[in-house]
Design a protein around this ligand. Structure first.
Ligand code: JFQ
Length: 292
């Protein structure tokens, strides 16, 4: 039994905690990288927890998976080659598969156990692995990207856990430089960028690095995910120079999504209006981010 104090000790969100009622523990294990827990909640469906941090729930995963995927893929004309860093649950793969223009989907996930657990307990997400365009690489994304050919990808989506633990390296400058090298000219990166309520210093640091590394546009976007701390999560949209500016405003969707997934599931969260709205920031956020 963990003490109440322990709940409030996560350095990413000190002094606060969010709780879900547990109906049944479905899986508990430990990989070489992190502790993995899956439980059936009473109101959010199945829940995936890594090192004590909620990664996704059946009820609200659509918000994160659809936005982290379609903000980049709908902001460039007919994306062909896409890379997912992390995303072992398969939800982003499911969303990328909605885009008929996509020819190859590479995914580099460090933890095989996360993949196996999600295939067993999250069929609506791991369905993403069924798409024939998907090529799975289990390993460290830093190495994967270093060995990737230059200018290979139209879009790279970094669907990682928080930058404490295995994903620490994914918010540091060398990683962003390997991403920029792997992107085609005019290519776009969408990176997890944490909460405007809790992490503006981290966001400022990432914005500064990305503005130096990506000479195209760099924009912060956000969406509502009730089971993430503070109820919102952010994304950093970074465009590499090289395409006419009107294509490089990730703010305006230029690609329509063809619609249903392989399983016939329609979008539940993303649409063109919420795409634009995601880049509209509260005044305190504008003030805190504008000079970065
Ligand atoms: N693919 C599932 C989402 C993983 N993204 C993170 C989960 C943990 C959150 N604190 C931040 C987003």
């Amino acid at each position: 039994k963990t003490s109440k104090m322990q709940y409030y000790n996560n350095p990413m969100w000190p002094g606060e905690a969010h709780s879900l009622k547990v109906e049944k523990i479905l899986y508990q294990g430990k990989s070489p990288y992190q502790e993995i827990l899956v439980f059936e909640s009473s109101t959010y469906g199945n829940v995936l927890v890594l090192d004590g941090i909620v990664q996704l729930t059946d009820k609200d995963e659509c918000a994160y998976q659809e936005m982290v995927t379609h903000l980049p893929l709908c902001s460039i004309p007919s994306p062909k080659n896409v890379l997912v860093v992390g995303g072992g649950d398969g939800g982003v793969l499911r969303e990328i598969a909605r885009h008929d223009s996509v020819e190859t989907i590479d995914i580099c996930e460090i933890d095989q156990l996360v993949i196996d657990v999600c295939k067993e307990f999250f069929p609506n997400l791991s369905i993403g692995y069924k798409d024939p365009r998907v090529r799975l690489h289990v390993g460290d994304a830093v190495d994967f990207l270093r060995n990737s050919p230059e200018g290979k990808y139209d879009a790279i989506i970094v669907d990682s856990s928080d930058p404490i633990g295995p994903a620490q390296a994914l918010v540091e400058k060398p990683f962003f430089q390997t991403i920029a090298r792997a992107l085609k000219s005019g290519g776009v990166l969408c990176n997890l960028a944490e909460s405007m309520w809790l992490h503006t210093h981290l966001i400022q640091d990432m914005l500064a690095i990305c503005r130096q590394t990506f000479k195209g546009a760099v924009h912060y976007a956000w969406t509502s995910v009730p089971t993430y701390p503070s109820g919102v999560i952010g994304f950093l949209l970074c465009a590499k120079e090289g395409r006419p500016v009107n294509f490089l405003t990730p703010v305006n969707p230029i690609e329509k999504i063809q619609g249903a997934t392989k399983a016939g599931k329609e979008l539940r969260f993303y649409n063109s209006e919420i795409h634009r709205a995601a880049f509209v920031l509260p005044t305190f956020v504008r003030r805190e981010l504008e000079s970065y």
